[in-house]
Ligand binder design. Structure first.
Ligand code: AMP
Length: 566
């Protein structure tokens, strides 16, 4: 039976090849050799996930905490700078440090054992939880060989650096089970977690059930009814005319609300579970939304919607005030009294036991309207099949009324979980991109002591990494600078010449005036006059904008003035 050391060797071989085909083959073959439980775990580990999707928060370990442990174990805190300078990444730094021990333990860990340790660490709660988690981790590192520790550290901080993206992992799983990639992707859309995909593909006949179930229904009593689906994402469009050009005239336009995304599972027995855009469960934090949804009575439904904060007179509240309510576990009632919430539903993913995601949007609109009239659920305002003039008026009115913009949706489109389909386009009145902070510089003058100049990067979907396209220190309040400094230091991976590199985890929405070609940045492009308009804690780095979105914006900027002249 392959051990965790074999796993480490596979990861090492991945970092030595650029060929996607070969990577999928290597991983597929490796997974096929493992038993079901281990394959499920290994699929997650290989992409840098220590625990199941949705459980990440409970294990969160910063690179700083890990480094502190291994440096203490080897009394090498003062050699940190040299080690990090010599190591190619964080994992190698951990390995080099642990090699300083008098004796390197034999590698004996199994994949299953490591998973058990991670699950146990994640489960530690209550008094001194943080310290007890660190103690458990210290024990784990004491037992691991240096080469095992390298990959334990990489998995914990979620940075494998071997280029195995989630998409490529799906190809590997397809090879493992000798099944078509399309089927694996489809299951992943529904299941969200790679480990569960492996389980379904490996269990005899199960893949077929899932694929068939979407049309056949039969969801109501399955446990999967409470597993979150990945939210569908939208692609940016320049303006209403652009949306017509892409989608054609069979579209709807609706208000784009400036709140937080929620996915609501209402079971026929009245139980409700609500998930954030990042698929964290937030049911306990928002009892008022639970009460609203309960109005649908003894019916099963999965709904997609947006929650906004409102003040006493019903006007929208600031995004930060809204986020304060999400994920809150203590003083929920007090928070509820301070900040009221309002739910707007904008899609129906399942109803009365059947998944509706494959049904055309026009049918799902009917389902929404039916829920509005039968249960009084608030749905977003929309126009269906407007002509261009009516659409432009709808957009102008929406912006004048203070909305962020509008969403254009093709009436024929399916709901594609996790995918940035062309079925949904977002049209905003200011141009913003959701970018990831990958490094920051120590400020000077008024910003002395804070990390302030943030290096902003877009997702590079080809390399599964991030490409920097600008820097900014504009947009945050003093209080936000202070909090951001603390947050980024916990994500620090290296520091040199006043620039602190961090794990790419924090997403910020950045407004800019235009995009220029620039040789100074990885992306070959630079944002002009970038400023942070808000911190997007509701988005994961995978949900940030890609280089393609930036290129599309750049091209639009070049084409528009010409097109306007014709
Ligand atoms: P963005 O966050 O800028 O990528 O825009 C997409 C987000 O807009 C979605 O994830 C939702 O949270 C939000 N949103 C607001 N109103 C709507 C709507 N009517 N339809 C879909 N998404 C909406």
């Amino acid at each position: 039976m392959p051990s965790f050391y074999d796993f480490a060797i596979v990861c090492q071989s991945l970092s030595q090849t650029q060929s996607r085909l070969q990577m999928a083959e290597t991983v597929g073959t490796f997974l096929a050799k493992l038993d079901l439980d281990e394959a499920e775990i290994a699929a997650r580990f290989i992409v840098g996930r220590a625990v199941e999707q949705g459980e990440e928060k409970r294990i969160q370990m910063s690179g700083r905490a890990i480094w502190k442990i291994v440096a203490e174990m080897t009394d090498s805190a003062d050699q940190g700078e040299d080690i990090f300078a010599a190591a190619e990444d964080f994992g190698e730094a951990v390995e080099m440090t642990l090699k300083l021990r008098a004796a390197d333990p034999e590698p004996t860990l199994t994949i299953r054992e490591l998973n058990e340790k991670f699950v146990a660490i994640a489960a530690i709660e209550g008094r001194h939880a943080r310290n007890r988690k660190l103690d458990a981790l210290r024990e784990l590192f004491a037992r691991a060989s240096a080469s095992e520790a390298r990959y334990i550290a990489k998995i914990l901080i979620g940075e494998m650096r071997h280029g195995m993206s989630e998409g490529l992992m799906l190809e590997a799983i397809a090879r493992m089970g000798a099944r078509p990639v399309s089927e694996v992707r489809r299951i992943h859309m529904l299941e969200a977690d790679l480990g569960r995909v492996v389980r379904i593909i490996r269990s005899p006949g199960a893949g077929k059930t899932v694929a068939g179930e979407s049309s056949a229904g039969a969801l109501a009593h399955s446990t999967r009814a409470v597993k979150p689906l990945k939210p569908m994402l939208a692609f940016p469009a320049a303006d209403v005319a652009d949306a017509f050009a892409v989608l054609g005239p069979d579209l709807s336009l609706e208000h784009k609300l400036d709140g937080a995304r929620v996915q609501i599972h209402h079971l026929a027995d009245g139980r409700v579970r609500i998930f954030s855009r990042r698929l964290n469960e937030i049911t306990g934090s928002i009892p008022d939304v639970v009460e609203t949804v309960n109005r649908i009575g003894a019916r099963h439904a999965i709904l997609d919607g947006e929650v906004i904060g409102v003040d006493a007179s019903g006007r929208p509240a600031a995004f930060q005030d809204l986020m304060r309510r999400f994920g809150r576990t203590r003083d929920v009632e007090k928070a509820r009294a301070e900040q009221a919430l309002k739910l707007y539903v904008f899609d129906v993913l399942a109803l009365d036991g059947a998944l509706t995601i494959d049904r055309p949007w026009a049918d799902r609109i009917s389902a929404l309207e039916e829920l509005k009239s039968s249960a009084g659920l608030e749905i977003v305002e929309r126009v269906i099949r407007p002509d261009l003039a009516a659409a432009e008026k709808f957009y102008a009115d929406a912006v004048a009324a203070g909305y962020e913009g509008v969403m254009a949706k093709s009436l024929a489109s399916a709901y594609t979980p996790g995918a940035r389909g062309r079925g949904w386009l977002k049209i905003k009145h200011t141009h913003t991109l959701d970018l990831v902070i990958v490094a920051a510089e120590w400020g000077y003058g008024r910003r002395h002591g804070w990390l302030s100049n943030y290096h902003l990067a877009a997702r590079d979907q080809h390399s599964a990494g991030f490409a920097v396209l600008g820097k900014t220190f504009k947009g945050l309040s003093d209080e936000q600078f202070r909090a951001m400094t603390e947050r980024l230091l916990a994500l620090k991976t290296a520091e040199s010449h006043g620039v602190v590199s961090v794990r790419p985890e924090v997403v910020v929405e950045v407004a800019y005036n235009d995009i220029q070609r620039s040789p100074n940045y990885d992306a070959g492009m630079a944002l002009r006059f970038a400023r942070i308009v808000r911190i997007r804690d509701d988005k994961t780095p995978e949900q940030a904008d890609s280089i393609d979105a930036v290129i599309a914006d750049y091209e639009r900027q070049m084409i528009r003035p010409l097109a306007d002249k014709v």
